[in-house]
Every structure is written in structure tokens, then in C-alpha cells.
Design a protein around this ligand. Structure first.
Ligand code: ZN
Length: 192
């Protein structure tokens, strides 16, 4: 597993609901937390490690010693209200930060790793981080939600990432679109 970066096609994949959580998936979740801490993130969605599942992890402290770890499986956002703007970044867009406007308050339900249903009313950073990760599961990334001016301000950085991606593809580090789609379809057959 590795964190995939923009413009990797899996970031645009609309993920499917999980129908089972097995030992392998639990290992994947552990590794997602480890990657997240290693890269100093506070959230990570399954698409970002090239997995086609409706699953994301959060730890708002970004630190296993102090923060609480949350696993959201098959999350649903039921209610959105208010509006707030704050700067966001994303581990799939290294070193790119920009202001994003989102609803401030949400009600979200999901299942945790033990299969228990959880419900939260969230505001502030917790709400923002959950909405950012939830977007990933639908193939939506935070640059899709930028104002035209904010998008313009990160344009060069995005082009640099595109250039880097094409280079890795030429070197065979990243497979072609068809191979990526095939692998995602196989993983979906297994667990969704
Ligand atoms: Zn992200």
C-alpha cells in the first residue's frame, strides 16, 4: 500500500459500500493510520491508498499517543447546516493548502471496525475533516470545492503534481488506467 497522489485515477473512483470486514481489511486500516501519522495528516480515505471502499480514518490530533482514532465504514451524512470557511490540505496533494467553504455542522452515521453503528453530531474541525474524507469516497477532492481565485493560486502546484505523475507512469511505478480499474474491480468483488 502507498498513498496515491493527484491526479491518480483512484482519487476519482466512486467507492462502494463494504459488505464485510475481514482480517485483511483490518490490516489495511491499521496501515492507513500509520501512513497518516507518518505524513502528519489527520484523516485518510481508502481511495487515497488505492482501495475502492467506503471507509475513512480520522485522528484530529494526528498523534496516536494523544488523539482518539476513529474509523468510519459506510458513512452517511444525514444533515448539513451552517457554513464556514477554513484552510484545508490533503495527503494526496502534498504542500497544497487553500480555503474551502463547507457546511459547519453535520450529522453522520457509520460503522466502526467491530461492526457497531456510530452516530455523531459534528462541528468545527471534526466536521470539516469528516466532510473532506467523505468527499473522497465519492471521488471528490478538495480542489473541486475551491473558489476560482483559490484554484488559480494552486494551479502551478497542481501542474507540478501532474508532471510528477506522468513521470512515474513512464517509469512504470504507476500502472495504466486499465490496470488500475481492473484491480479496483477485483477488490470490489471481494468485499463490496
Ligand atoms: Zn484528502
Amino acid at each position: 500500500m502507498r498513498i496515491v497522489k493527484y491526479p491518480h485515477p483512484t482519487l476519482r473512483h466512486k467507492s462502494k459500500s463494504l459488505r464485510m470486514v475481514d482480517a485483511e481489511l483490518k490490516k489495511n486500516v491499521r496501515q492507513m493510520f500509520d501512513f497518516m501519522y507518518e505524513h502528519r495528516g489527520i484523516g485518510l480515505a481508502a481511495n487515497q491508498v488505492d482501495l475502492p471502499y467506503r471507509l475513512f480514518v480520522l485522528n484530529l490530533e494526528g498523534d496516536p499517543a494523544t488523539g482518539q482514532e476513529y474509523v468510519f465504514i459506510n458513512p452517511e451524512i444525514h444533515k448539513r447546516s451552517g457554513s464556514a470557511e477554513a484552510e484545508e490540505g490533503c495527503l494526496s496533494f502534498p504542500e497544497i493548502y487553500a480555503p474551502v467553504r463547507r457546511p459547519d455542522k453535520i450529522r453522520i452515521s457509520a460503522f466502526d471496525l467491530s461492526g457497531q453503528e456510530v452516530n455523531y453530531e459534528l462541528t468545527g474541525l471534526f466536521s470539516r475533516a469528516a466532510q473532506h474524507e467523505y468527499d473522497h469516497l465519492d471521488g471528490v477532492v478538495f480542489i473541486d470545492r475551491l473558489s476560482p481565485a483559490a484554484l488559480l493560486s494552486v494551479k502551478q502546484a497542481l501542474e507540478d503534481l501532474e508532471y510528477e505523475f506522468q513521470g512515474e507512469r513512464r517509469l512504470g511505478i504507476i500502472p495504466d488506467d486499465q490496470q488500475i480499474a481492473l484491480r479496483l474491480a477485483e477488490l470490489e468483488t471481494l468485499r463490496t
